[in-house]
Design a protein around this ligand. Structure first.
Ligand SMILES: C[S@@+](CC[C@H](N)C(=O)[O-])C[C@H]1O[C@@H](n2cnc3c(N)ncnc32)[C@H](O)[C@@H]1O
Length: 267
């Protein structure tokens, strides 16, 4: 444990500071979320100035306008973290079975504590696994959701193919992610806040590395149009984007095409 803990980049305060260029990147992401799991929700509400309470429900309204009518029976919430989106989805589709999957045990433990009394619990299951090799059969889900996870994948194209593989044809992949604001003026204000104030706030709570990594992770994410192209390459046949809060976040909606995608990994 001590030897493993010693690897990976760290900030001055000792907190994990993942470096995408390093082979240990995915493990370092896990260490980072283990480090911030306890304070994750509180920090999220403060850093987003409460907007995160709106973004997730709004993404589900976007979904309702996008998808063809029909039952939603099985849902996967990928990178579920402390479980907020998984619970909202279970509430939104009251006949569905929802699986929340995450590769960071500490985040899943937090999810279980936070939502242990939720009415939706009998239909909601949390489990550990990676989005780069989903532990599910082909076409197992009607809907796959993920919020604020994409930026953390070592191999984005592989993650998209995996999401496509576990969706039935016609199923929907919903991604909610931080994106570049659409207006150049607002973009400058946003970056002053996101690149400087948020890391400063992170350092103040002993998490300099994670909240310095946050703006870096946005820079590593392809722009909206390229992300949409990547979704088509992964086997989605209809993709739409819905910017929220002047484009600070975007809901990406992608319908699974009839085949399993060019690069899918059937097993
Ligand atoms: C920023 S949090 C978002 C959590 C939650 N979706 C939300 O809306 O608050 C990102 C989550 O994705 C998880 N994650 C990152 N990479 C992952 C991967 N390759 N496989 C599974 N989970 C992953 C992290 O452990 C973390 O809990």
């Amino acid at each position: 444990m001590a030897a493993a803990e010693a690897t990976g980049r760290r900030a001055e305060d000792g907190s994990p500071y993942p470096d995408r260029e390093q082979p240990s990147f995915q493990r370092d992401i896990q260490r980072m979320f283990t480090h911030i799991a306890e304070g994750y929700d509180g920090f999220d509400h403060i850093a987003s100035v409460g907007n995160d309470f709106i973004w997730r429900p709004r993404a589900l309204w976007d979904l309702d306008r996008f998808r063809a009518p029909g039952p939603v029976r099985r849902v996967l919430d990928l990178g579920c973290g402390t479980g907020d989106l998984a619970v909202l989805v279970a509430r939104h589709f009251p006949r569905s079975e929802v699986v929340g999957l995450d590769f960071t045990r500490a985040m899943l433990e937090k999810a279980t504590v936070r939502h242990g009394a939720a009415r939706e619990l009998p239909r909601l299951d949390f489990g550990q696994g990676t989005g780069l090799r989903l532990p599910f059969a082909d076409a197992a889900f009607d809907l796959v959701t993920n919020a604020f996870v994409m930026r953390n994948f070592a191999d984005l194209e592989l993650a998209l193919r995996e999401a496509r593989r576990v969706l039935r044809p016609g199923g929907v992949f919903l991604t909610l992610e931080i994106t570049e604001p659409t207006s150049p003026t607002f973009r400058r204000i946003f970056h002053a806040y996101f690149d400087r104030f948020v890391p400063w706030l992170g350092a103040a709570v002993g998490s300099a590395g994670p909240y310095r990594y946050l703006p870096e992770s946005l820079r590593s994410l392809p722009p909206r149009t390229q992300l949409v192209e990547a979704m088509y390459r992964a086997g989605f046949s209809r993709v739409e984007t819905r910017p929220q809060s002047l484009g600070i976040v975007t809901t990406f909606l992608a319908e699974a095409g009839p085949s399993n995608g060019a690069g899918s990994q059937s097993r």
